[in-house]
Design a protein around this ligand. Structure first.
Ligand code: PMP
Length: 326
């Protein structure tokens, strides 16, 4: 029987989900007083679950908005309660990940939420912020690409589909202390406590996605764990940013240099004709998926953990050739 046929309550599947959790704990050095949950509904449902769980009556939460996904998180949270936005870089086109020390954060905030890597604009925080209020982070597009001090967070969540495996499973990592603060009466499927109590098997989980995600954890451990992933991310992204910076202004990075994403390298060309030509010619050379998100334009090279160094070398070479010819 394959994993698609066996019962999710079989001892075989319990072993699969147990090993996935154990390997993720090892990769991220997750302390024992944190629960690991394998959920469904994508990171988008986490926008709602975090707010429903922790944004109690009369409380307010601070959302640091560095791009499109942080904004979506705000929109979901506003349905549940009061949201303050101490930072929103929209007017500047989302180019900066601010130092938390520079922000006017609410010391009474129920929690602070941010997005460690903004996938569309390519804005990434280089390190874990230090805050007094409980900290929640959407790590969907850079989880497992650098070491994280889990202790600084009350909760971390991430869809699997960028750095961990196929779409369908969303990982949530919550401190026991946070779980104790979850609001009273929630629909069972939106209640972290119920998922925790049932070892992520309250209802039928996405068994196949969990199985493959577990294989990716094993693969990452074999490659040398997060340190190896971080070294790869640095090497790959630096290659592309060097091609941008060395172009004398032909290519322009979208993001401020100290906020540059190691996962999504976003840059523009002098005009839209050249941008279209770049995308088409790159595609013809096997470099596909480079058109930027429609809200930003330009080029976006998404280079998640699984993307090979050779692919970045090929793109950097293509960029130089394209510039020379144009
Ligand atoms: N947050 C970030 C940073 C993302 O990149 C994405 C998906 N691209 C989401 C949230 C939404 O995730 P999902 O589609 O799994 O709901």
């Amino acid at each position: 029987m394959s994993v698609m046929e066996m019962s999710h309550r079989s001892s075989e599947f319990e072993q699969i989900i147990g090993e996935a959790e154990r390997d993720l704990r090892e990769l991220l050095k997750i302390p024992n007083n944190y629960r690991v949950l394998f959920l469904q509904g994508g990171a988008s449902l986490q926008f709602t679950m975090v707010a429903k769980s922790f944004l109690g009556e009369g409380r307010s939460a601070d959302y640091v908005v560095t791009g499109a996904w942080g904004k979506k998180a705000v929109e979901s949270a506003q349905i549940e309660g009061k949201v303050r936005i101490p930072f929103d870089d929209k007017a500047a086109g989302y180019r900066t990940a601010p130092a938390f020390e520079s922000l006017d954060l609410d010391p009474q905030a129920a929690y602070i939420h941010f997005t460690s890597n903004e996938t569309i604009q390519g804005v990434e925080f280089a390190s874990d912020p230090d805050t007094d209020a409980p900290l929640f982070c959407d790590m969907s597009s850079d989880i497992l690409s650098r070491p994280v001090d889990v202790y600084r967070y009350s909760g971390i969540y991430a869809g699997s589909q960028k750095n961990m495996g196929p779409a369908g499973v969303t990982v949530a990592i919550l401190s026991d202390e946070a779980l104790e603060r979850v609001a009273g009466n929630l629909p069972p499927m939106l209640d972290y406590r119920i998922h925790a109590k049932n070892g992520s098997l309250y209802n039928t989980p996405c068994t196949w996605a969990i199985y493959v995600t577990g294989l990716v954890y094993k693969h990452l451990l074999k490659l040398g764990g997060i340190e190896a992933a971080a070294a790869g991310a640095k090497q790959k992204s630096e290659q592309l940013y060097a091609a941008v910076d060395g172009s004398g202004g032909f290519y322009k990075g979208h993001t401020e240099p100290d906020s540059r994403s190691r996962m999504n390298v976003v840059f523009t060309l002098p005009n839209s004709e050249l941008t279209s030509k770049f995308v088409a010619q790159a595609e013809a050379e096997g470099l596909s998926g480079l058109a930027g998100h429609r809200s930003v334009g330009g080029i976006r090279a998404s280079i998640y953990n699984a993307f090979p160094v050779k692919g970045c070398e090929a793109l950097a070479t293509f960029m130089k050739d394209f510039q020379a010819k144009n």
